[in-house]
Design a binder for this molecule. Structure first.
Ligand SMILES: [Zn+2]
Length: 291
């Protein structure tokens, strides 16, 4: 299957995302337009430019800045929607007088960015025809499901590492395989046995950021609930979401969840219905793709 090619120029990418943000919420679109007008997007790939995507605040002017190295693929659209989500969060708490409150806990920063990605899925017609929009949506939902077992493996692995300080190299990779067999079911690694045993080498968090990885699951569960709320009552969901964004880091994480009208609860009571809804979407999008 050919790769999705959603845009031909940087302008098409930034104005397309601007259009999507504006369709989610007028203020989101206006804020992102300000970033375009003030040249706060450095998106194109250049020789010697780092292949990274990130958003950074510019604290003196209280405006966000986005750095990317775009190559023209679906991945770039989602990266700009994600980093744009972080940027919209910055706009939301821009008027907060205390510098320390003009940032939020990591988990909630990712709730903001991941929610914007999910809320954007309804407007992918900006970049794609019907079939390709369904394909991009289906892939996004599949990645969303795949995140949870991955987080389960990596977080459990780190707990084991730190509670078994005397372990040998062999025991470490055996433990990794145990966890892959427990969480990553149904993936065929035949012929890739060595890569399977050492796959964890490719996860920088294991080396650099102990116990950080679980934060992606915490945030995605929040983002999925915002997406779920928006399907029942878009205006109400966006209003609560924006109220939580405005609080920046002035409140603890559970309170940010409460204001966003989502549950700070990671039990199966929350996860099971969310995953069922996402899986139904995977099936629905796959049907639309093939029509
Ligand atoms: Zn992020």
């Amino acid at each position: 299957m050919d790769r999705l090619r959603p845009f031909e120029s940087i302008i098409m990418l930034s104005s397309g995302c601007r259009e999507i943000f504006g369709r989610i919420d007028k203020e989101f679109g206006d804020n992102f337009q300000m970033m375009i007008d003030f040249s706060l997007l450095d998106l194109e790939s250049r020789k010697d430019k780092a292949p990274l995507n990130y958003q950074m605040p510019l604290p003196e002017v209280r405006l966000p800045y986005i750095f990317m190295s775009v190559v023209g693929l679906n991945h770039d659209v989602f990266a700009l929607l994600h980093e744009g989500g972080h940027a919209l969060h910055q706009f939301a708490f821009r008027e907060e007088p205390l510098l320390e409150y003009r940032s939020s806990p990591n988990e909630f920063a990712e709730v903001a960015a991941m929610s914007i990605e999910l809320l954007s899925l309804a407007y992918l017609d900006v970049f794609y025809n019907r079939g390709n929009a369904a394909r991009a949506r289906r892939r996004h939902f599949e990645d969303t499901i795949g995140l949870f077992p991955e987080v389960g493996i990596i977080d459990t692995f780190q707990h084991w590492i730190y509670t078994h300080p005397e372990h040998t190299s062999r025991e470490r990779s055996d433990q990794w395989i145990n966890l892959m067999e427990r969480f990553s079911i149904g993936v065929d690694w035949t012929g890739l046995e060595e890569a399977y045993r050492y796959y964890w080498h490719s996860i920088p968090h294991i080396f650099l950021r102990p116990f950080y990885f679980i934060e992606y699951a915490v945030a995605q569960l929040g983002a999925l609930q915002i997406w779920q709320n928006s399907r029942k009552d878009k205006d109400g969901a966006i209003k609560a979401f924006k109220s939580a964004l405005r609080l920046g880091g002035s409140r603890p994480l559970p309170e940010l969840f409460r204001v966003a009208n989502i549950k700070f609860d990671f039990s199966d009571r929350i996860i099971q219905p969310l995953m069922t809804e996402v899986y139904e979407e995977v099936k629905r999008q796959r049907e639309m793709e093939s029509k």
